[in-house]
Design a protein around this ligand. Structure first.
Ligand SMILES: [Zn+2]
Ligand SMILES: [Zn+2]
Length: 244
């Protein structure tokens, strides 16, 4: 194949397991995550002490972060994340969400599944955080849903038709902490109660920031009869207004 065509194809297609997901370097070995050694070493894994409730890294001796201590925004039982929202992982999520590089989701999902086992979640049903119909139409896919692919491969029960986002809300990223909570009130509706009644439910999302979104979904699920609602996200973003 001529060189220019090859380069063009490489830019257009992602050829499975040949190039590193993050830096495009050629892989000369089989990698479960499709990531080269250097990128693997640079991944911002969350290690060390975390808040017992929301999984936020904490430096102090406290068991909970300030927000969990104050019982703010915590409709869920426990939230855990694999990475901090930075470095190659942040780039990867941006590439997936805003540049439509959907092939990334399959691999990122493997990291999420690792955390599912690491934190010993035993969920009956797994629910990707839903998007509103308008946002879904604009993006064309729900990244949270795509991040569930590794769970589906493992035969876990992933339900994408159980909770709906019925209100179009303002972009959370543009709001301050207090407004994030009020912005979401009544935004989520459980449309299939039977699927969650008396069940251990796990919400899957890409980023946990203040927890407002997951908390609101969890509250709706609990009202609908869910026994327990946990959250797993690929990243935990450290809010700027908080020091633990
Ligand atoms: Zn790499
Ligand atoms: Zn916390």
């Amino acid at each position: 194949m001529n060189k220019r065509l090859r380069e063009l194809l490489a830019k257009t297609l992602f050829i499975k397991d040949i190039k590193c997901l993050f830096c495009n370097r050629e892989l000369d070995f089989d990698s479960r995550y499709c990531v080269c050694d250097d990128c693997l070493k640079s991944l911002p894994y969350i290690t060390g002490k975390i808040c017992k409730k929301c999984g936020e890294p904490i430096k102090s001796m406290a068991a909970y972060c300030m927000r969990c201590k104050n019982h703010v925004d915590r409709g869920f039982d426990v939230a855990r994340a694999t990475f901090l929202y930075k470095g190659v992982i942040k780039d990867g999520i941006i590439n997936l969400k805003y540049y439509g590089n959907k092939y990334l989701a399959e691999y990122l999902s493997s990291f999420l599944l690792d955390s599912y086992y690491k934190y010993d979640f035993k969920s009956d049903v797994i629910i990707p955080a839903p998007m509103s119909a308008k946002s879904l139409k604009a993006r064309g896919f729900n990244q949270a849903e795509m991040l569930c692919s590794a769970f589906i491969d493992k035969g876990l029960d992933v339900n994408t038709n159980c909770v709906a986002k019925v209100l179009e809300t303002q972009n959370q990223a543009k709001l301050n902490f207090k407004d994030r909570q009020t912005n979401l009130v009544g935004a989520f509706k459980v449309v299939n109660k039977k699927a969650v009644e008396n069940k251990n439910v796990l919400i899957v999302d890409d980023i946990f920031t203040t927890g407002a979104t997951c908390s609101e979904i969890a509250s709706a699920l609990k009202k609908a009869g869910a026994k327990r609602v946990d959250v797993i996200t690929l990243c935990h973003d450290m809010p700027e207004d908080v020091t633990n």
